[in-house]
Design a protein around this ligand. Structure first.
Ligand SMILES: O=C([O-])C(=O)C[C@H](O)[C@@H](O)C(=O)[O-]
Ligand SMILES: [Mg+2]
Length: 431
């Protein structure tokens, strides 16, 4: 008997590590490096279709992806569930210790463990499977996720304190942003160029009062825009209480002001400030306690580490049940990731906050028609799969850069040491 999936079996998988340029964006850990790694995945099917995936390029992820890739021959792209069992087999069954180990994820993405690494590897391939499957059937990925509930996905301007240039390089077109005036100027560029209607400032870089002043300057310059501040858990509970009180009525939400469920719960209970997270809750096993204690009011999903596009829908459903909001986190990424983020965001009914994206900071891409933001949103296409096509020449160039370079991991601390040799990742709470 023939099924709609006939021919949709994996015939070849290509895994291509690349390095992309990144501006000198500052955060709690340090500064972004001039070059940062990503991994691009191509899943070819016997029917001649190609599904694309994009994820972290750091050694740990690349090694795990390379371990899994050779075992996918013959797997049906319509069965991502089979993929999950295979990944468990290849990367090892999750042990109790591994599942609960508290390993810092370069300090910016919460706890990390084997289960989360496997969720990331699964996600990277799942996106490529869904892209290929959509192309085989001639339907967009959002149709495979239940269908879109919106035609446009809103993204937010993601502001960073930043230097004018990487050490030893020429200034970039964005200029420096190291004080409230610089932050407002950066926001103006974002709003004028892309039409964003929400603004997030990455904090944890300067003293809390300086960041409060920057948020107030944004409020004055953009009286009607939802504003967010994210110090990546840089603050003590006391400092978080202070900032939350200072910015009540100014912020839409405060993101990860302090580390851990207990502190987050106290900050919300004592100030009423809505708290968002991509650090306190980053896996399903962390949901029950955080929700029960009302530690988070908005979970920032991220298919790259929550376990893919269908897992993102599961998370959204869970948030809906508990009256918790849902939006989307991002890391430095290119167009394949943006396409995947947009397809799943289109299918989440309870998405009421603009999603994060780093994409405007990237000058390069590996797709032939990079997305455009109009009115701060990306249109949800109805082309088959993710609706993007690989730019093979660009991919080859960025891979050559990777092959010619020694950069293999994102390391914001090392990048900061170029300027401040004594720099170490700050101990938390920093303030
Ligand atoms: O929302 C967040 O916490 C992030 O986006 C984490 C990122 O690593 C961000 O801090 C960055 O790119 O520096
Ligand atoms: Mg965050």
């Amino acid at each position: 008997m023939t099924t709609p999936t006939t021919g949709a079996r994996v015939s070849e998988v290509r895994v291509t590590p690349i390095l992309i340029t990144d501006p000198p964006l500052l955060n709690l850990q340090g500064v972004h490096q001039p070059l940062t790694p990503r991994t691009i995945i191509e899943v070819h099917t016997a029917s001649g279709h190609v599904g694309l995936g994009e994820t972290y390029g750091d050694t740990e992820y690349l090694d795990a992806i390379r371990k899994v890739a050779p075992h996918l021959d013959g797997v049906e792209v319509a069965r991502p569930t089979a993929l999950k069992a295979l990944i468990d087999q290849i990367l090892g069954e999750e042990t109790r210790e591994a599942a609960t180990a508290d390993v810092p994820a370069s300090g910016l993405r919460g706890k990390r463990d084997l289960a989360k690494l496997k969720a990331s590897v699964f996600a990277a391939f799942e996106v490529a499977f869904l892209d290929a499957w959509g192309k085989v059937l001639g339907v967009p990925v959002h149709a495979l996720l239940g269908g879109k509930v919106r035609d446009r996905v809103d993204y937010s301007a993601y502001l960073f304190y930043k230097w004018a240039a990487h050490p030893g390089q020429d200034p970039d077109a964005w200029g420096a942003a190291l004080d409230p005036a610089g932050v407002v100027e950066q926001a103006r560029i974002f709003v004028e160029r892309y039409g964003f209607t929400s603004i997030k400032l990455k904090g944890g870089v300067f003293e809390p009062d300086a960041e409060i002043a920057a948020v107030r300057a944004l409020r004055e310059a953009f009286p009607d825009m939802p504003l967010r501040l994210d110090p990546n858990s840089a603050w003590s509970v006391e400092t978080s209480l202070y900032v939350a009180r200072e910015l009540t009525g100014v912020l839409e939400y405060l993101e990860d002001p302090t580390a851990g469920v207990e502190g987050m719960a106290r900050v919300h209970a004592e100030t009423g400030m809505p708290l968002a997270t991509n650090m306190c809750v980053t896996g399903f096993d962390e949901v029950p306690e955080a929700f029960a204690r009302r530690a988070v009011q908005v979970v920032l999903s991220d298919h790259h580490y929550w376990g893919g596009l269908r897992a993102t829908l599961d998370l959204a459903a869970m948030c809906r049940c508990y009256g918790v909001g849902v939006s989307m986190h991002s890391n430095t990424h290119l167009g394949i990731s943006l396409a995947a983020m947009t397809q799943v965001a289109a299918a989440v009914p309870n998405l009421h906050h603009a999603c994060d994206t780093h994409r405007p900071w990237q000058e390069e891409d590996v797709i032939t028609r990079p997305h455009t933001f109009t009115g701060g949103a990306v249109e949800v296409g109805d082309e088959p799969g993710l609706g993007v096509e690989l730019d093979r020449e660009a991919l080859a160039d960025l891979h050559r850069r990777w092959a010619d370079s020694e950069v293999r991991d994102r390391d914001d601390v090392a990048a900061m040491r170029v300027v401040e040799p004594e720099w170490n990742a700050p101990r938390l709470p920093r303030w």
